[in-house]
Design a protein around this ligand. Sequence first.
Ligand code: F6R
Length: 609
Amino acid sequence: MCGIIGYMGNKQAMPVLLNGLARLEYRGYDSAGIALLEDGEIKVFKQAGRLANLQERLSGNGFSSTTGIGHTRWATHGRPTDYNAHPHSDCGGRFVVVHNGIIENYLELKKWLISEGHIFKSETDTEVLPHMMEHFYKGDLIPAVSMMIEKIRGSYAMVVLSTLEPDNLISVRKDSPLVIGLGDEENFFASDVPAFLHYTRNVHYLDDGEISLIASNRVEIFNEMGQGVSKPVHMINWEAEQAEKGGYDHFMLKEIHEQPASLKKTLSGRISEDGCRVDLQELSLDVDEIKKIKKIFITACGTAYHAGLVGKYAIESLARIPVEIDIASEFRYRNLVVEPDSLVVVISQSGETADSLAALRDSKKRGMPVIAITNVVGSSIAREADHVLYTWAGPEIAVASTKAYTAQLMSLYLLALYLANVRETIPEEESRQIILELLSLSSKAQLILDKKETILDIGLGYENCKSIFFIGRGLDYAVACEGSLKLKEISYIHAEAYAAGELKHGTLALIEKDVPVVTVATQPFLFEKTFSNIKEVKAREADVFALAMEGIGEVQKEASQVFYIPETHPLLTPVLSVIPLQLLAYYVSLARGCDVDKPRNLAKSVTVE
Ligand code: F6R
């Protein structure tokens, strides 16, 4: 999804902007551009493709400008071309805008602006913005921005640079992320903090409708009524290096290896001193409220949805509360039967996914309180939810989610146990045992990572496959779904997850020689059943790679390759069994020469529907 940076300060702006855009690359993009205010004129440089292309084109240019804006674009309206890349300008080159989001009524606005004599150069929705600035500007940028946003429908985070007010940059946001970085004699706008983390750790989070102005030595923020507002300064405690590759070839591999640490972090401070109960006071949920819950709806997209599948099992079996789960893009379009005392859990790594945010808003409209499980403090979902449970996975840069998924699982186990503890649905001893197992997951995850070479060998065998199936039952099926998504999104091999018992109802017709079947078989009480499914696919000459749990069954009797995860509580196996599948996807992608961290057609944060 698009990334924005704006800079005004005492440094040369060009390297600051290009650096900032490089830190936002993880958001996904297909073109990049910057605009610099130089000698009273705005110079725009933009081009389709990788940021490196733009960097190369600009290298050797010693622009002295200390003011500028930059953008990485992920195409929505108009193809990924040079002329559709941002920044976009008005007719006279006096107003230049970068924008993230969608202007839904841009066609109608464009028609009106053309009738007023404006000339458009791109196919984008964004280009209406600089032309509207040109139309509304009467000597002050802020009222012009106010008039403009009154006319537009949609979502936006935008930054405006103008030759007419060379000492200010103006921004406004609604439903798209934007933060202000507060430096020393310099200030920043950005879609996300890694863009300026090298320069400052102090930020203001902006709310919907707020218009802000940065100069090199001051920041002003106004609400929708035009009144000045004072906002708290948040201190970011991520290390800049955390947002870089830290010695690994790819962010994905680095993030897979960060799982022992992020699991530990997500658990820390959330267990009672005697180790018997989960303590989530941070949720500020009333005990009576918890006791009254009749139903929970979980909703999320992609990998976060797969975490939700596990969450449903955990909440139902520990807290004995019925759980319905929906993909967020479906949630608000079905005629939900909302009973009193229902609760919604929205899971989102980025906290900005458009469908998850819309599901959250829809739930609130229906009167249901919402718990957000998210990785990004200050994200839209975190700010709009009634209660927030953060996954402390740190910034996730690779498009394919790994450490955020296992941190989401950990958070869901914590939530399930917390509800169970308050509702007294499990004995204290059982709670203590599960907590002990939760505490050991970090070191068990490390044991799996230490054996990653085994997975490398298996991955090399899959390099030329056309299709791979992932099967499992119960929680193993939920993990199969995640394993198949991981593989397909980064290796572009067709991969499909199937509930193992469902194979014979049609899909078995596709199983043959050269179609490997990855079987997740960690659940003790389902082992015999899944073992029969392994025999079933082997009888069709499929090659089977099985993931099993130490001490359960003898899967090696049938499977040609087996990876054993360390023994743990059956409810918690997904945290461990997904790791070999993440590694498998990584190695297959690598062997096929794919762009592991930035798979084609995908964005890290999907902020449009
Ligand atoms: C897959 C992946 C996506 C995200 C999905 C939701 O590896 O990362 O499927 O899980 O786009 O994103 P968040 O969690 O940010 O709402």
